[in-house]
Design a protein around this ligand. Structure first.
Ligand code: IDP
Ligand code: MG
Length: 184
C-alpha cells in the first residue's frame, strides 16, 4: 500500500511539474500597453463614450490614462502620417479634426492584438457583430474607434497624446507633481 501511495505521490509530482511548465508557457503572454481612441468624433457626438468604455473594461482591459481632446487638421495629419499618400487622407484628417475625440492608454495581456480584435475590421460593414466597429461604426471612415497596430505605433501614439505626468508613470511617488508643460 505504501508503495502504491509512493508511486501515486511520484505521479502527482510529475504531473504537477508538467502542469507547472505548461502554465509557465501560457503565462509567456506579455502584459503590454496600447493606445486607443475609444471615441472618434461621431461617437462623442452621439453620446456613446460610456458604452464603449464599458465594453473595453468588460473585455478585461485596464484604462491607464484617459482624456478628451480636439485635434487640429495638422495634428490629425501628423497622427495619421503613414496614410499621407492614400486617396482618403485629406478627408480622414478633416473628419478626425471636426470634433472632440477620447484618447486612452489601455493595458492587459497581449493588449495590442486583443484590442484590434475587439475593434473589428476597418470597414464596419465587414466587422463582426459584437466588435466595437461592428456595433458602433457608421462607414469606412467614421468607424468609431482606433487602436495601435504594433508596439512601435503604440509607443509613438501614446507619446503623441500623453505627457509622462499623464501616463501616471510617477504615481505613488511622494512628491509627484505635474510637469511644467502639463497644460499644453
Ligand atoms: P485601421 O484604423 O483599421 O488600422 P487604417 O487602414 O490604418 O485602418 O486606416 C486608418 C483610418 O483611416 C481608419 O480607421 C478609417 O477611419 C480611415 N480609413 C481607412 N480606409 C479608408 C477608406 O477606404 N476610406 C475612408 N476612410 C478610410
Ligand atoms: Mg491603422
Amino acid at each position: 500500500m505504501k508503495k502504491v501511495a509512493a508511486l501515486f505521490g511520484a505521479l502527482l509530482f510529475v504531473s504537477s511539474v508538467d502542469a507547472g511548465s505548461t502554465s509557465s508557457k501560457e503565462t509567456v503572454i506579455q502584459e503590454e500597453e496600447t493606445f486607443a481612441i475609444p471615441a472618434k468624433p461621431e461617437i462623442v457626438e452621439k453620446g456613446q463614450i460610456g458604452e464603449i468604455l464599458s465594453r473595453i473594461e468588460k473585455a478585461g482591459f485596464k484604462i491607464k490614462a484617459l482624456k478628451m481632446v480636439r485635434l487640429t487638421k495638422e495634428q490629425a495629419a501628423e497622427f495619421y502620417r503613414e496614410h499621407k499618400n492614400k486617396p482618403f487622407f485629406d478627408s480622414l484628417c478633416t473628419y478626425m479634426s471636426k470634433g472632440r475625440v477620447v484618447v486612452a492608454i489601455l493595458s492587459g495581456p497581449d493588449a495590442i492584438k486583443r484590442y484590434r480584435t475587439l475593434e473589428g475590421a476597418t470597414d464596419p460593414k465587414k466587422a463582426a457583430k459584437g466588435t466595437l466597429r461592428g456595433d458602433f461604426g457608421t462607414d469606412r471612415e467614421a468607424n468609431a474607434v482606433h487602436g495601435s497596430d504594433s508596439p512601435e505605433s503604440a509607443k509613438r501614439e501614446i507619446r503623441f497624446f500623453f505627457s509622462e505626468f499623464e501616463t501616471l508613470a510617477n504615481a505613488g511617488q511622494k512628491h509627484s507633481a505635474p510637469q511644467k508643460n502639463f497644460a499644453r
